[in-house]
Design a protein around this ligand. Structure first.
Ligand SMILES: Nc1nc2c(c(=O)[nH]1)N[C@H]1C(S)=C(S)[C@@H](COP(=O)(O)OP(=O)(O)OC[C@H]3O[C@@H](n4cnc5c(=O)[nH]c(N)nc54)[C@H](O)[C@@H]3O)O[C@H]1N2
Ligand SMILES: Nc1nc2c(c(=O)[nH]1)N[C@H]1C(S)=C(S)[C@@H](COP(=O)(O)OP(=O)(O)OC[C@H]3O[C@@H](n4cnc5c(=O)[nH]c(N)nc54)[C@H](O)[C@@H]3O)O[C@H]1N2
Ligand SMILES: [Mo]
Length: 783
């Protein structure tokens, strides 16, 4: 028997949820051991065990039968229900290249939707979306998407009132400053540690848990304003304010009103650093609309006692106070408002830019938020130039496909949806991430061709026409090289690529060759040569920040390198506080815009130029049976989105084999539901099945189903979909946040629940589609 290797000598790999050492025997993954330097490693990696070569792994290029036999557009309604035919790579490359050529010449490059939103794997080079965008730009461009599902509304509104969203989202007061100087941390939407397992591009050290404990031990107190008590870790003893979902801005306004009324607001700060407070205060006091935004007014909306609001306002006025707003608050109707209003509140407190105080967007939405580090701009693969001008806000995909030529408003302007004929996806899963999946399913029938790169038979792969099997991040070398982590890591190929799978770069290089674009796409470099290039370019960039990175050989031999972080950050706004003249903001007034010049300039009815509370169309405030429960569909603790839902870590977290739906025990009692009951969660958009899990940490009137379960649908009598596997996006709304950002609004959703007494067909989520093998070479050539 071979001598066992010590864990520290096992090859390193990285994922969005951490760095691991891989234990491998005979090319088979046996274990992923946490990186020895990570004090709080995430167990999500265990999801990989057993799934790299199981029946759900896509082992060869596949083409949907009707498409292969009858050409593009054939039997589009069968997507998701039809057999695939295995083809050779040669055939697959020809089919894709010919189809791209057909669509480009018959329509135009605009007819290709290549937004391809999604998280894909970690690794600076093999980032599927970047590879695809570069490839499509090499052949004349594509219709793209802008902003994220994570916080589109936040990104747009920040650009108006603070300028430069990325800087302010990613550089809040550091954990170090919170520990050293903080007193009171008020978290709207909580700071769930489950979400801090993740950091885009990977992380060598999970910091949030330790930082929060240190802060608590240093006397910081916490307030959790959220429908879920456990959104702030239990050992922090946070005060829990269970406000109605969607009411946060009303609460913030009432706190602001208390500050104004008691003269607790910092006039000098407002005068020096902000514009528009006068206009806003007329709204606050009701001079402009007749409604005083008092504690009593908000108490009714948020269903929180007046006393609680007044006490909180007084504590915030008298303490060094830091306000955190979770990204989830942007994923709801009028999701532009919470970031804006919270910043206005922080400005009234006058502590923005001080250590451990002011404003933060989304502590724990990513492990990187609050992390002490040096900001280095590492090299990345150039994306090239996209000559196609058409675009959509990312969450408008169904509307685009269903309404070619239709118009939409976005950020002050009117645009037109292009007519999409071909969808190309690599590294994302719209049948995970998008809302109202019945509507997306309808929209999905419109394109003539859908091409996807995937490694497992998930809902997207099953709904594509051409499926190209890709490698996972464990099967290729790469670099974990993120600007958001103190570690950089040389990722090894810990197991060989499964069956015929290829990395996205190789797949696209070969297609580019057939389109005469190989040189433009590859610049003559192999992936190994690209890795070295990326590293050496990054080394040069790091040097300009006075950071010395080891030589490539030394780095890859050791496997990782640690860049000493800076310990004192009070956040990106500290510079501005120090000198608003020397470090002005990138807004029209160069200050924090409580009243936005840009938004005022849009002159749109129904959109005020300052933060305001707008009554949502779907929330507990207007809930009448049968849909009288608010659905929270937050991030799953046991995986990243839909990734590895078929793996053992996610399966172990299911309840009796199904996705759990959490509900408050007193709601359960009223409805005659007991723990473990199979429930149908439904509304007019769709339904899903889930098993009841009673949860005292969830407020009454709410139910919670984490996202991520692989879609497994049947059509109900009314034409909507029921998911047998508990995917909450069968229920959520597909409506933009507002015409400003058009962000997704998953968190504004009402549902009903009942015991499920009906019958459904056998579950298919974790079964591959029917595959015909040995038939390649017999198809008709695409016209
Ligand atoms: N109801 C509801 N819906 C939501 C949210 C919510 O809060 N509620 N949150 C939203 C948010 S914030 C986000 S960011 C989105 C996330 O949505 P996505 O990012 O689309 O979700 P993932 O499941 O991470 O999809 C990544 C896909 O890439 C594939 N993949 C992994 N590695 C590779 C690779 O190397 N190459 C290729 N080609 N593919 C690879 C995986 O198998 C997976 O299918 O979901 C959104 N949807
Ligand atoms: N384990 C794991 N971690 C992840 C991810 C994952 O898939 N798995 N995804 C990552 C991604 S892409 C993102 S964008 C971030 C997202 O990070 P967040 O946006 O913070 O995540 P969510 O889980 O959607 O929401 C956090 C909490 O907001 C609360 N909430 C919902 N609606 C309201 C409301 O109206 N008011 C208030 N006050 N609270 C509300 C819910 O109780 C929920 O638990 O997480 C990242 N972290
Ligand atoms: Mo996200």
């Amino acid at each position: 028997m071979a001598r066992k290797i010590a864990i520290e000598d096992m090859p390193l790999t990285a994922a969005h949820w951490g760095v691991y050492r891989a234990e491998v025997e005979d090319d088979k993954l046996c274990a992923l051991h946490p990186f020895e330097r990570d004090p709080n490693p995430s167990p999500i990696a265990n999801g990989y065990l057993g799934v790299l070569d199981d029946a759900l792994r896509i082992d060869a290029p596949m083409v949907r039968k009707s498409w292969l036999e009858n050409g593009p557009g054939s039997a589009a309604h069968k997507r998701g229900h039809e057999a695939f035919v295995q083809v050779t790579w040669e055939e697959a490359e020809t089919l894709v290249a010919d189809e791209l050529t057909r669509v480009r010449s018959r329509y135009s490059n605009e007819a290709i939707y290549g937004g391809s939103y999604g998280w894909s794997g970690a690794g600076r080079f093999h980032h599927a979306q970047s590879q695809l965008h570069r490839f499509l730009n090499c052949i004349g461009g594509y219709t793209k998407s802008v902003n994220t599902y994570s916080l589109a509304a936040g990104e747009v509104i920040l650009s108006h009132f603070l300028g430069d969203p990325s800087t302010f989202i990613h550089n809040p007061p550091s954990w170090h400053s919170v520990v050293e100087s903080g007193e009171l941390l008020v978290a709207f939407g909580g700071m769930p540690l489950r979400n801090s397992q993740i950091s885009s591009g990977g992380t060598g050290v999970h910091r949030a848990r330790t930082a929060l404990s240190e802060a608590k031990n240093n006397g910081v107190s916490f307030v959790n304003i959220s429908p879920i008590r456990s959104d702030v870790a239990a050992d922090l003893n946070a005060e829990w304010i269970a406000a109605r979902p969607g009411s946060d801005v009303a609460l913030m306004l009432a706190i602001a009103h208390e500050l104004l009324k008691n003269n607790w607001h910092n006039r000098a700060f407002l005068d020096r650093y902000t514009t528009g407070f006068e206009t806003f205060s007329r709204y606050l006091t009701g001079q402009s609309d007749g409604i005083v935004k008092s504690a009593a007014w908000a108490a009714e909306i948020a269903q929180v006692p007046v006393r609680t609001i007044k006490d909180l306002a007084a504590r915030m006025a008298k303490s060094r106070t830091l306000i955190s707003v979770s990204w989830s608050l942007t994923r709801q109707e009028k999701g532009e408002q919470p970031f804006w209003m919270a910043t206005t509140l922080a400005a009234m407190l006058g502590q923005i830019g001080l250590p451990g105080a002011g404003i933060a967007f989304g502590y724990c939405a990513s492990n990187s938020i609050g992390m002490e580090r040096r900001t280095v701009k590492f090299a990345s693969l150039a994306q090239g130039r996209n000559p196609v001008k058409s675009f959509i806000p990312v969450a408008r995909i169904s509307d685009m496909l269903l309404d070619p030529g239709g118009t939409f408003r976005f950020n002050g302007q009117t645009h037109r949806y292009p007519d999409i004929k071909l969808v190309y996806w690599a590294g994302g899963n719209p049948f995970h991430h998008h809302q109202d999946l019945t509507k997306l399913e309808r929209a999905w029938k419109k394109p003539e061709t859908i091409i996807a790169h995937e490694w497992c038979w998930n809902a997207l792969a099953k709904r594509s026409d051409i499926v190209l099997p890709c490698t996972t991040q464990l099967e290729r070398r790469d670099l974990m090289l993120t600007p958001r982590d103190p570690y950089i890591v040389a990722m090894e190929a810990v197991v060989p690529p499964h069956a015929q799978s290829r990395d996205d770069y190789l797949i696209l290089s070969r297609i580019a060759r057939r389109l005469g674009a190989e040189q433009a796409f590859t610049e003559g470099r192999s992936s190994e040569e690209w890795l070295r290039w990326l590293y050496e370019e990054s080394q040069a960039k790091a040097a300009t920040f006075d950071i010395t990175l080891p030589d490539y050989e030394d780095f890859t031999a050791k496997g990782w390198h640690y860049v000493d972080p800076i310990q004192t950050g009070s956040g990106a706004l500290a510079e501005y506080r120090k000198s608003p003249e020397a470090a002005p903001l990138k807004t029209p007034s160069r200050r924090i815009e409580i009243c936005s010049k840009n938004i005022m300039g849009m002159g749109r009815p129904g959109i005020l130029p300052h933060p305001a509370w707008y009554r949502p169309t779907e929330w507990l405030g207007n809930a009448v049976g049968p849909y009288d429960l608010h659905l929270i569909s937050g991030q799953p603790a046991d995986k990243l989105h839909s990734q590895l839902d078929h793996g053992p870590e996610s399966r172990a977290a299911k309840k009796m084999g199904r996705t759990p739906v959490n509900l408050n025990p007193s709601d359960a009692k009223t409805l005659g539901i007991v723990d473990g009951d199979l429930l149908r969660v439904f509304n007019e958009r769709g339904a899903c099945l889930a098993n009841a899990r009673l949860d005292v940490s969830l407020m009454q009137g709410c139910v919670a189903i984490s996202t991520g379960a692989w879609l497994d649908v049947e059509r109900q009598a009314d034409g909507t979909l029921i998911c047998r596997n508990g995917n909450p996006n069968t229920l959520t709304r597909d409506q933009g946040t507002s015409e400003l950002a058009q962000g997704p609004t998953a968190h504004s959703c009402l549902v009903g629940i009942e015991k499920f007494l009906g019958r459904t067909g056998p579950p298919k989520a974790y079964l591959p589609p029917e595959i015909e093998r040995g038939k390649s070479g017999k198809h008709k050539k695409a016209p």
